[in-house]
Write a protein that binds this ligand. Structure first.
Ligand SMILES: Cc1cc2nc3c(=O)[nH]c(=O)nc-3n(C[C@H](O)[C@H](O)[C@H](O)COP(=O)(O)OP(=O)(O)OC[C@H]3O[C@@H](n4cnc5c(N)ncnc54)[C@H](O)[C@@H]3O)c2cc1C
Length: 617
């Protein structure tokens, strides 16, 4: 059985998604990626996994136990993190998808996302340092002046300086229009004053300097989100030559004690207590929220990845345990008191849990890697119409990636703990930490309730509903092209039926919204997101199943497995056949057991019950 430290990951499954399902090698035709080959990527994935197992997960539970320590404004990370972080920076793992000209490796986003899953899975708290820094550096690259890029990007990409995203204040997390932090202009410079809470990595001792991206209101700007501007606020000022100088009046007044991610410091930051906190404006005044959202869309996909990553390790752990833990006889021998105990993986109820975890993890991974590949095509594709199509797809899928994957990631961690029984509740195994660490993903980067409102209130109706209709058209086209598949026919029919239902529900919402009824659609926004997420994931899992079914047919032909018995034997004994057969069965299980949740969700949404709106809370 695995120890709490050992990161478990199914590299074969990721290689299948990248190279056989999504065929990321198509991206190597773009000039930006023309120097890469499948062999390079495979090597990188192997090296990345080895690094995650040897270095990052080795300090994961120690970091959880030790946590972060605040002392007089300074924050100390767990001791073992220092060496792991140094190795991560030295090996160039900080900015895999950042362009080469800015010091990154210039890899496709889809490859970066696949590696990102391993890094976050192996050590979520430590990976947040790199993840937030990379996101902040990418924002400076996209929106900062040439001067800013020259001074800030290199040390961030190299991991010598950290980066944060400072939005939340005590009175506002979701409603950012209520931000009170101000920026006052003096002698042509901006000085910030205010307090932020819950800032991940706001202060710590892994880096020499921290570059905060702060939303604040320039004095006299209008109320609401439209009046917000974005500032680069380094902890230590940086001179024209890029040298770190004096302290910039950003004080960490404390860190939070919390359920999970104990080794990620969640900081209260005070800006400008001594009126000396200088900030540099990014973009123009009052463009802050628009620019910050650029960073948040990427970050939201990253948070979805956290769900898949932690759920992924939890599933692998539970699977290993279930194969070894013996308990009770096989059901076929339940009347025989002398029958030997069998591994719990043989019991039908445990198999149901394992199949559910497998389907959610592999479905979430497919969704996120698909979204990342859309981003690659939207950024580097040669065809303008395809770029637009992909941009629209990312817009539509971002809230689903964030909310569906973080919710199911937590559900997977819960099922994994359940699979362990009482042992899962102990600190001897990784699942209790994974469960605690996974919960935050449904809360930060906009709660999942906010994601659901974003999907239903903004994304589905965007461009007159065109983005939504394109997704439906792609799914219908896929179903039509494969409907004759004998193995997958019933699952494809189910996908088609549920997609029709999704269209019907979406149309009803549009009619309700046009009639001025906003409350009822919003009451159903969360079940609606789950329903649509189930369809998107069901589609991708069935695409995988079609690929796997073809690969299996080829294997049967090559090995001469002509009848059911010979094929079943091949699937029992040959690893590739087993893998593909499991892929087909995962899609079938998803369609019959998990996509079928949509019947319940649709009934609830269409019930027109408004009682929560009328309850006396
Ligand atoms: C560990 C941790 C790390 C974090 N890291 C960062 C960070 O690095 N930077 C940063 O800026 N912030 C960070 N946050 C803050 C996080 O993004 C916020 O907690 C989150 O956005 C929710 O805000 P809130 O806590 O104020 O909840 P609230 O906004 O008070 O929401 C409470 C509940 O009400 C719901 N709700 C609120 N408004 C509405 C509405 N209009 N309609 C329907 N439902 C609504 C929400 O969905 C939620 O369920 C972090 C938080 C934590 C716990």
């Amino acid at each position: 059985m695995s120890s709490a430290e050992e990161y478990l990951y199914d590299l074969h499954e990721t290689q299948f998604v990248l190279f056989e399902h999504l065929r990321v090698q198509r991206l190597f035709e773009f000039p930006a990626y023309s120097s890469f080959e499948i062999g390079d990527v495979e090597m990188l994935l192997n090296e990345g996994l080895r690094f995650c197992q040897k270095v990052l997960s080795a300090v994961n539970s120690e970091g959880d136990r030790e946590g972060c320590r605040w002392e007089d404004g300074r924050v100390f990370m767990p001791k073992a993190f220092h060496s792991a972080y140094k190795q991560q920076c030295a090996a160039g793992w900080m900015a895999i998808s950042t362009e080469v000209e800015h010091g990154g490796q210039g890899m496709p986003f889809a490859i970066g996302a696949a590696l990102g899953e391993m890094f976050v899975g192996a050590n979520c708290s430590l990976s947040m340092v790199a993840g937030l820094t990379r996101a902040a550096a990418d924002l400076v690259i996209s929106h900062g002046s040439a001067e800013m890029k020259r001074r800030y990007v290199k040390p961030m990409v190299e991991g010598r300086w950290g980066g944060t995203m400072c939005l939340t204040e005590a009175q506002c997390g979701t409603a950012l229009g209520e931000i009170k932090t101000t920026a006052t202009k003096r002698d042509g410079k901006y000085f910030l004053k205010g307090q932020k809470i819950f800032i991940s990595g706001g202060e710590h001792d892994l880096v020499d300097n921290i570059v905060h991206l702060v939303l604040a209101r320039v004095e006299g700007a209008p109320a609401g989100t439209k009046g917000l501007s974005l500032f680069v606020v380094p902890k230590h000022r940086v001179d024209d030559a890029g040298r770190m100088g004096e302290f910039n009046d950003v004080v960490c007044s404390g860190i939070e004690k919390k359920l999970g991610i104990h080794a990620s410091p969640t900081c209260q930051l005070v800006f400008g207590d001594a009126d000396q906190c200088e900030g540099e404006l990014i973009g123009a005044e009052e463009e802050g929220i628009k620019i910050m959202f650029d960073m948040m869309n990427g970050a939201r996909i990253g948070v979805g990845l956290q769900g898949v990553a932690l759920g992924g390790w939890a599933y692998q752990s539970a699977l290993g345990y279930a194969r070894e833990r013996k308990q009770g006889p096989d059901m076929k021998n339940f009347r025989d008191p002398t029958a030997p105990s069998v591994p719990i993986a043989q019991h039908p109820d445990v198999r149901r849990m394992l199949a559910t975890m497998k389907a959610y993890v592999e479905g979430g991974r497919a969704l996120l890697l698909h979204a990342a590949m859309c981003l690659d095509i939207a950024t580097h594709g040669a065809d303008a119409a395809e770029r637009d199509h992909m941009n629209g797809r990312i817009e539509l899928l971002t809230p689903i990636c964030k909310a569906w994957c973080s919710d199911t990631g937590f559900e997977v961690a819960t099922l994994a703990l359940q699979t362990y029984g009482g042992h899962g509740y102990l600190k001897d195994y990784p699942v209790e930490q994974l469960l605690r660490d996974a919960k935050i993903a449904s809360i930060y980067e906009g709660t999942n309730g906010v994601q659901a409102m974003d999907l239903l209130g903004r994304k589905v109706g965007r461009q007159g509903g065109a983005l939504f209709m394109q997704l439906v058209a792609d799914i219908n086209q896929f179903v039509a092209a494969n409907k004759d598949n004998a193995t997958l026919g019933p699952a494809l029919t189910a996908l088609e039926r549920h997609t029709q239902k999704l269209q019907e529900i979406t149309m009803n919402f549009a009619v309700q919204q046009m009639s001025g009824d906003m409350e009822y659609p919003l009451l159903s926004a969360t079940p609606y997101l789950r329903l649509m997420g189930n369809i998107a994931v069901g589609w991708l899992l069935l695409e995988q199943a079609v690929v796997a079914d073809r690969a299996l047919a080829k294997l049967y032909a090559e090995t001469g497995a002509g009848d059911d018995a010979a094929r079943a034997k091949l699937c029992d004994e040959q690893p590739d056949a087993q893998f593909y057969d499991n892929k087909v069965k995962t899609a079938q299980f998803f369609a019959s057991n998990l996509l079928s949740q949509n019947d319940h969700l649709a009934t609830a949404i269409q019930s027109t019950d408004r009682s929560p709106l009328d309850m006396h809370f």
